[in-house]
Structure formats: structure tokens, C-alpha cells
Design a protein. Sequence first.
Length: 260
Amino acid sequence: MRGEVKPQLFALTILFLSLGWMGLTRAENATHLQQLRQTNQCPNCDLRGANLSRVQLRGVNLTGSNLTGADFSYADLENSDLRGANLTGVNFNGTILSGARLDRTTQIDDKWRMVWELVSQGARGRDISGADLSHAYLHNVNFSGANLAGSNLTQAELNGCNLNSANLREANLTSSNLSRANLTNANLKAANLQEANLQGADLSAADLSDADLRGADLTRADLRMDSVWGYTRLRGANLDGVNVCDAVMDDGLKVELNCR
């Protein structure tokens, strides 16, 4: 009888110890999370799986911290220090990474390291065709002359970007924000621009042949002929439901179509 009881007691002891350690781990995470929120400084912290979506963390110190699987979507990490941090599996959708500091010891998914490089160094003339840049925050990045053919830029934040003479042929720009972007002479042949925001964008001399612009917003966009590159080309483009209210055409003519 005693021989039967002892294994059961041993199993219960192991179970309680396991639960105790789990509780301690959660407490430590909660402490680190509180430290982060109160001081904006949390080096070598355990913040695995933390929900930091839409949090203002500008200038935060997270050096050496474990942030595996954390959610930083739409957070502001401008000028943050992420050197030596483990950022594997982190959600950086819409996250501001300008000025952030990473190094070779920073563990981060390839997609988001590329986004950080583009934000930090620009992409002028760079070949990033076929890249996955969906949901990336790329505000004001210089992509002039870059090759982005076939890239996935779905819901990417591209407002104010310089895309002059960029190759965006067959790129997926669905629901992307291209407001005030410079797309002069850009190659947008067969690009998917459904529901894209092109308000105030400069599309002079851009090639939009066979592009899908259904539901796109071209309010106050510039579609005029460029003195160097020539006319904006729209042959075969799908313009169903496109808003081109006050878009500027040649001779200063303003178009009013599907004004919302």
C-alpha cells in the first residue's frame, strides 16, 4: 500500500512545484512589463509574448531582452535600442522603426530586418524585387530607381515616399497608403492598386497600363504630362469606382469622377 502511495505523492509534489515555477515566471514577466511601462528602460528583460500593440516606446532600451512572439504592431519604436534582443516571431506590422538600433546579435525575422534596413538606409536603386513588405511602415523612404517588381506591399505605409522611376510592375499594393508619394515615371504595369490611397500622389508620366485601380482614391493626384518623361499611361487600367476628384490633368484641368 505504501509503495502505491509514494509514487502518487511524488507526482503531486512535481505538479505543485511546476505550477509554482509557472507562477514565478508570470510574476517576473509582469514585473518586467511594469518596469518597461514606468521607466521605458528594460534591458535583459523577459517579455516573451507581451502585448505592446500601439504603445508609445520612443527611445526605449530593450538591449538583450527576450521578446520572442511579442506584439509591437503599430507601436512607436523610433530611436529604440534593440541591440542583442531576441525579436524572433515579433509582430512589427505598422511599427515605426526609424532610428532604431540593431546589430548582428539582434535576432529578428528576415522580413523585418529588411524593413529596418530600408527605413535606416533608404533603397535608392536597390533590387528588392519579390520582397514581402506587407504591412511595413516605410514612411518617406527613398525608393527612387529601385526594383520592386512583384513585391508584396499590401497595406504598406508608403506615404511621402520617393518612388520616382521605381519598377513596381505586377507589385501588390492593395490597400497601401501612397498619399503624397512621388511616383513620377514609375512602372506600375499590371500592378494591383485596389483600394490604395493615392491622395495627392504625383503620377505624372507613370505607366499604369493594365493596373487594377478598383476602389482606389486619386483625390488631388497629379496625372499631368511630365516635361521629361512624357504622358501618364492608363491604357487597359481598371478604373471602376476610382475617385479622381480634383485630380490634375494636362493644362491644369481638374477631373471630377466618383467624388465621395
